[in-house]
Design a protein around this ligand. Sequence first.
Ligand code: 3PG
Length: 399
Amino acid sequence: MEDVIAHYYFRPDERTTPEEAAQAIAEEETTGTWTALTTRQDYVRRLDGIVESVEKSGRGYLTLIRYPAEIFEPGNIPQYLSVVAGNLFGLGRLEAVRLTDVEFPESLARFNGPNFGTEGVRHLLGTRNRPHVGTIIKPKVGLTPADTAHVAYEAASGGVDFIKDDETLTNQSFCPMNERVEAVMARLDEAKDETGRQVLYAVNVSDRADRIVERAEEALERGANTLMVDVLTCGYAALQALAEEPGISVPIHVHRTMHAAMTRNPEHGIAMRPIARLVRMAGGDQLHTGTVSGKMGHNAEELLLDNRALTDPWYGFRPVFPVASGGLHPGKVHAELATLGTEIVLQAGGGIHGHPDGTAAGARAMRQAVDAFLEGISASEYAKDHVELYRALELWGTS
Ligand code: 3PG
């Protein structure tokens, strides 16, 4: 494949045939516009978008559009998006249109990709053949650095592998980033002395474009061992800047806050799959892709394919660790692992810090639920001699 193939679902308005609608997308994103152009020289026409197919699907149609590789500036993801996911969403002749997937030729996929990926993260933690358990510090905003660090210590003592800031916590006055990182890393060192276990803490360095690398460096100087970025609010280029910065040699955890504005409507917007591919190219090591039983809307079939976009062999990019997060608790662990497999990070915020006996007990309960699954025992059975799990199931049940 030499060109870019974009997959769209669309529904034309009543004045427009499906073929006209697909052609309108191809022209808008390449050499055409709403009317014939006297300036569309013959030599320009080699850059025309080509409608490869149009077929009926549900209330609308699926189309494949081939965009000549020459239209794209290699390495410039914002520019790639302006073609495959640009003006087309607003075309009045389309009542709905959704980018469902996109295939890039090797010439446009020359990125470093993840520096760590699943194996690299596992290497740092010394784990094999089991899911990682993570937590999001809660409340997501408001805690002081010292209290944030205390919650992190409790979670680490209870057995989590991974701790992260929430998507809305960056460098606010109530919890300045530098102070927070120093406090959390000191308490994680304390936990490590006690348990012998290394825990990763992802510091949210999301910031404006001209400051994000500097912010990441400040976090690293204070001992951060993982970074986090809100990729859709900061942009893929911000993630790429972090991943390609020579001085940054820690994993990057990628949160997808705002994604549902694009992904949720099954007929319009941008599906998670293209987002997953772009995050992998840009260098994310872990990416939130969703759950099969959590608090956000879900579609298990789509989620499995999204996770495969992160992990299937693809131009030599390292596999990215998929992250299941949002409304999980110990009673949901079985359903998640049974569907998603064990090459996954399971994260629980409320499902750990909301445990009736506190954060450490909540972390233990999550780990016990994972152990139960790995041993092929139901959570309810395992809970009979694991009190933390018992107390979690008593509060939240198993669904
Ligand atoms: C996330 O970052 O995915 C959410 O903050 C998850 O929080 P929750 O486990 O409390 O739903």
